[in-house]
Structures are given as C-alpha cells and as structure tokens.
Design a protein around this ligand. Structure first.
Ligand code: CDP
Length: 577
C-alpha cells in the first residue's frame, strides 16, 4: 500500500486505476475534512471485523477468530460481498443488503409507506424491486372520492422521481425493478413506458409472464386482462400481439425484460408465504415482499491453478463465504421493522460467481462451446453442493431458519438448512471491477475498451490476452491499436485458437448467452443476472427467439441489450479509428 503524493488516497498495486477511482470516490472512509482515511486493506478489515461480531452471539469469544478468517478471504479477493456491505459495514450506516423487494398494495397508505422505505434504502445504496400488479388500473374507480385512478405507470413515475432526488445526495445511483403481471389491464402502457429512452431512468421494467401466456402467444390464442381490484376479466387481447409489442420495444430500447413467473415459483422455497411476484433490479433475486438478500461473489479466476480450478480452495472459500453472508443478516439493521422480521424469518443469502469469462479464456474453453457450458454447469453444481452443505453445517450449529418447517427444504434429506436460499448470480458490476475479473457470468465484452467512470475514462486491455499474445510474439503496437479500434481478436495476425478463446459477446450467436444462463440457473437457488448482448444490426426476430429460448430453457427471466439502443452504457467499446 503506497500513499499517493497528494495525500488524497492510497494506491494498491493490485488494484487497477479504475478500481481505485471507484473505491476512493465511494467505498473508502473519509475523515472530517472529507479526505480518504482508509486503505483497501483497512476497508476489508473494517468489513470483516464488523460482520464477525455476529459470531459472539452464538459462541463467546469467536468474533476475533472469524474476523481474521473473513479478512483473509476479502483481502485475497477470492470473495467479495455486494457493494452496500463494503460501503456501509462498520460506518454507522445500517443497511448491508444489496437488494430488497417491497410491498405495494392498492392504497395510498401502502404506496407512500413503501416510498419512504425505498428512499431510506436508496440512500444506503441498496436496490429495490416491486410488483405494481395490485394497483387498480388507470381510470378505474376510486370509491372514496368518486375520482379516477391514475394507474401503476404513474406511480412508477412517482417512485422514479423520488429516487432521482435522493440520488443527488447519495453515493450510488438508486435502482429499482418494476414488475407488472401480464394480466394487468395497463400492461400495454407499461410495456411502452420507456419508449422514450430518457423516461424512468432509475427503473428496469419487467413483464411478469406465465407459461400460459407464452403458450397462448405460440398458439395465437386470446389473453385475458384482469382488473386486480375486482378480479374480473375486463377484456381479451391477442397474446401474440402483446408479445410482439414487448419484443419490438426490447429491440428498440432494451426494455422491458421478461420474468418467467412460473419458473420462479416452481423454485419458491416458501410457497406457503405466497407467490413470488418481483425481483431486485437486475433480476437475480426473486423475493417475497419485505424480504432482502445479501449477495456475495466468488472471483473464479483466483482459484485457477495451472489449467484447472483448485476445488479444495474453492470449497473452503464457499464455506467461509456462506458463513459471512449469514452473519451479515445478524449485524445488519433495517430501516423498517418488517424488513428485519422478513430477513430473519427466511435468512436468504445469495452466493454467486464472477469472472467466468476470464476463467474460460484461461482454460482455453471458448464461451460459445458445448465444452464451456458443460464445464460451467458442473462447476456451479459443485459450488451449489458446497454452499448447501455449508448452510446445513450452520443450521447444526445455530439452528434452521425459523420458517424451515413450512419450506420445501423440510422434507428433503440432508438435515435442516440455515438459509431458505443460498445461491444467486449477480451482475457484479462494481465488485468485479474491484476483484479485477470479468463481470458475473457475462462473456467478455471487448478485449480493449474504455470504461467511463465518474466522468473519467479508463482504457483497459484484457490482461490475459495481452500476456498470451506477448508470449506468442504477436503483441505489436499495430495489433494493440487494431484491437483498441474493434474490441475483438478478429484480425489476420491473431492465430485462430486465440480468436476462438477470446470470443466477445457480440461475436457469438445469442443462443449461447441463453445456454450459459440456463446452465448456471440449473444449480442456482435464486436467479441469474444476464443480459443477452446483441449487435446493433440484430433483427427484431432475434429478440423474439431469445425470449422463447430463455423461456424453454428454464431461465427465470431474460433481458436483451442491442448495441447503441440506449445512451447510458457504462462499458463502451472505443469508437473505430
Ligand atoms: O457489484 P455490486 O455489488 O456493486 O452490484 P451488482 O452485482 O452489479 O448488483 C447487485 C444488485 O445490487 C443489483 O441487482 C441491485 O439490486 C443492486 N444495485 C443497485 O441497487 N444499484 C446499483 N447502481 C447497482 C446495483
């Protein structure tokens, strides 16, 4: 750790300049004069020490030992918790979970109570998700006043405006997911609510679709719209026509995405508590209202040992990471008592992975290959088994989650679980930058690109590509310039095997994005954050195919992003030339 000459921060030789900029701006503690007063290592110690305090409640004098273990794990960057834990642990800001789902019932009281909670969560850097399906449709009766209702989309606008105001003072841009059930009479208004790319900037939109709706679209059957206040069918529309509108909007703007509600509820660990209707902003955690999830991700490239994954070390990290995430539930505080009660009742955590694309490249497995899909599915299976075993071991030590007996886990062999949900694969937008790996399970976006962070530009080259190209004697300034211009290894000077191995998101058939998402989903309790990146030239029909493939493959949701269709891209390949 080296102090920078101007004294405004510290430089960790292991951290990229982009990572250091983000850390110094938002994560590292500041003194009363606003100067950064903590190093990266000290940040890890702060987080580890705070989270380990949970240990003392179960067994006296254990906190120090676990603080040291957690600190070693975080400092190695084999595992990192979601941003709110890194930012807030031990600083007096109580919210540590990355995401919450909050209830919105059909009353002003509910709408504004939840708006208040949302504001407090966004202030702390957490994300929120809501189903707006219970709100009566636009122009429906408001009995008490004889007035007409303004409908879900206008209330989404209200939430968006509040989030934008809070963002002005916050460290992290507030983000939300709005879900509307495909049966809601306002569904068309919802589907086109972000037609203007500047609209609702703090929201991701997802249509909650059922298998029945998808089948009706395939068979071109009518689809009923139902007023949630009365339960009555108000009219029937063409399922295919509605899906076509969704596809066209998604092609044009990237929104809305789809949530496959039946797939989500088939995997609901607590059906007795009600159906799951919404997820957090990036879709990887379906939750019941008031529930939250602490996410954390394993940096897969850190476990590479020669041409394989060191499974012993990975298994150990999984065990410690599950314990860490379970401890976070106890040391966190929540801005409303019902949030604390829900978190403690089911103790949902979300251990996931990041750096998959880097790992595949290092192992010589092209992302768009059967071998890569098989490898990833097996790896996720192992991680899931270890994670469940770790949760069971914690249950033996500390007791099962309080709602265990009413859960789908109860009749299964293996003994009680400490957590109703253990695994979830997050986008890892920021923590993958801190870990120095590719994001989540996404393919490489480009081999060279400019990251736009905090108003500054950071040029990055895929380090493994640069190393291998250097070893083979082909890394010349001319090749570097070419790759900076196009972002890909598709050049005559690059041997075919290297080209295949470093295939980027836009070079592969969209089908492979879905194959990989589905392979990971198979062994993930919650859901998997994945955006199917498409080239600007992609046809509308390709979005249609992606949506159908994702549904048939058993994914819990799907989102597409066509290059250039939105302006606020964080990662942008450098312009050609
Ligand atoms: O890498 P980091 O921990 O910062 O977050 P992520 O893995 O990219 O996102 C995980 C979750 O954090 C998202 O699904 C959201 O629930 C939440 N999030 C948010 O609320 N606001 C953001 N700007 C980014 C993420």
């Amino acid at each position: 750790m080296v102090s920078t000459p101007n004294g405004t921060g510290t430089v960790d030789p292991e951290m990229s300049p982009a990572a250091m900029a983000v850390l110094a701006d938002r994560y590292l503690r500041r003194d009363d004069n606003g100067r950064v007063c903590e190093s990266v290592g000290q940040m890890m110690d702060r987080v580890a020490g705070f989270v380990a305090q949970a240990e003392d409640a179960y067994r006296a004098h254990e906190a120090d030992r676990w603080a040291a273990r957690f600190s070693r794990l975080l400092r190695s960057r084999e595992f990192l918790p979601n941003s709110p834990t890194l930012m807030n642990a031990g600083t007096g800001s109580p919210v540590l979970s990355g995401c919450f789902v909050l209830p919105i019932e059909d009353s002003l009281d509910s709408i504004f109570t939840t708006l208040r909670t949302t504001a407090l969560l966004h202030q702390a850097g957490a994300g929120t998700g809501f189903s707006f399906a219970h709100l009566r449709p636009r122009d429906d009766r408001v009995c008490s006043t004889g007035a007409r209702a303004s409908g879900p989309v206008s209330f989404i606008g209200l939430y968006d405006a509040a989030t934008q105001v809070i963002r002005l003072g916050g460290r992290r841009r507030g983000a939300s997911m709005a879900v509307l059930d495909v049966h809601h009479p306002d569904i068309r208004e919802f589907v086109t609510a972000k037609s203007d790319p500047a609209a609702l900037p703090t929201f991701n939109l997802s249509v909650g679709v059922t298998d029945e709706f998808m089948l009706a679209a395939v068979a071109d059957r009518p689809h009923p719209l139902i007023n949630p206040r009365t339960g009555r069918v108000v009219r029937e529309i063409s399922a295919r026509g509605l899906l076509e509108t969704i596809v066209a909007e998604a092609w044009r703007t990237g929104e809305p995405g789809l949530l496959f509600l039946d797939a989500i509820n088939r995997a609901n660990p607590l059906p007795a508590l009600g159906a799951l209707e919404a997820t957090n902003p990036c879709g990887e955690v379906p939750l019941a209202p008031n529930e939250s999830c602490n996410l954390g991700s394993l940096a897969l490239p850190r476990f590479l040992s020669g041409d394989r994954i060191d499974e012993q070390r990975l298994g150990r990290a999984v065990r410690v990471a599950v314990r860490f995430l379970d401890d976070v539930i106890d040391v966190a505080d929540y801005p409303a008592p019902e949030l604390a009660a829900a978190a403690h009742a089911t103790r949902k955590i979300g251990l996931g992975i990041m750096g998959l694309a880097d790992t595949l490249a290092a192992l010589g497995l092209p992302y768009d290959s059967e071998a890569a899909v098989r490898f990833t599915q097996r790896l996720m299976y192992r991680i899931s088994r270890w994670a469940h075993a770790a949760s069971r071991a914690l249950a033996a030590e500390r007791g099962a989650f309080p709602r265990y007996s009413g859960s789908v886990w109860a009749p299964l062999p293996g003994g009680p679980m400490r957590n109703a949900q253990v695994t979830s694969v997050a986008p890892t937008g920021t923590i993958s930058l801190l870990a120095g790996t590719s994001a989540g399970i996404e393919p490489l976006f480009a081999l060279a690109y400019t990251r736009h962070i905090l108003g500054r530009e950071f040029d990055q080259v895929e380090p493994l590509f640069e190393r291998l190209a250097t070893e083979r004697g082909i890394w010349t300034p001319a090749l570097a310039a070419e790759i900076a211009a196009t972002g890909t290894a598709d050049h005559p000077g690059v041997p075919a095997d290297l080209r295949r191995r470093f295939v980027t998101a836009l070079e592969m058939e969209p089908y492979w994005h879905i194959r990989m998402q589905a392979a990971v989903q198979r062994h993930t309790d919650a859901a998997v954050a994945k955006t199917v990146n498409l080239p600007e030239t992609a046809a509308v029909g390709q979005v249609h195919d992606v949506f159908h493939q994702a549904w048939r493959a058993g994914c819990k949701g799907t989102t597409v992003y066509r290059s250039g269709s939105r302006r606020d891209q964080v990662l942008r390949p450098p312009p050609p030339g």
